[in-house]
Design a binder for this molecule. Sequence first.
Ligand code: FAD
Length: 210
Amino acid sequence: KPPSSSSSSNPSTKPALPPGMVIGPDGKPCKICTAFRNWKPRVDKPQQAQNGAQGVSGQQKTAAMMAAFASGTGFAANSQQQASTVTAPVPEPDPYARPENCPPDVEQLGRSTWTFLHTTAAYYPDKPTMAHRVNMLSLLRALPVLYPCSVCATHLGETMKTHPPDVSSRAALSRWLCEQHNEVNERLGKEKFDCSIEKLDERWKDGPAD
Ligand code: FAD
């Protein structure tokens, strides 16, 4: 898992970083290495906002009941109207959800990159020519140099040293990528994927059997 700083060693000189914010090799917070939800410190949501995500707030219900009694209709007599007002609350936007038009965070970048890599491996030839192999090797070797999440790139570079890419066939490349992805999954505490070619083809090429 990339290093993160949840508290500063000396709070009097450095402002505390939000939990989960990842520090880049330059010692500064690395935005593209950090999930969007960790870009700003989490604060307790006000009671109304929490309720708003699920439905109508207690405060709103009380206000509606009081208004019904005040108007003389009574809450029970007015319950049908209440129900329609109560069941269609305006959902509260999640302040930690990544807006669509925002630059990618580490998760969106990762998902898109894995999609590209696994799909490219799934369509790689069973018997690649020398040109296929050379180009695939260049693509993979470029990642530790160019991948924008520098912390991720460094990890990948390290694992590629001990476990170099296997571009000898479609199945070999798919498996190698799966193992690289599993290495990251493991570091992030996620489940490992079954790296058999059947499972990989089902996920990245053929889809599930009908
Ligand atoms: P992802 O892990 O992005 O997976 C997308 C889909 O791929 C899954 O839904 C699943 O169906 C499938 N899948 C899962 N595992 C495998 C597998 N082994 N083989 C084939 N298919 C699989 N994030 C960090 O926080 N720290 C890092 O150091 C880091 N390093 C990364 C290095 C690289 C090279 C890349 C491309 C990404 C890295 N990421 C890192 C991002 C991280 O791997 C995830 O992409 C991100 O956390 C989003 O995860 P996700 O749960 O949406 O699914």
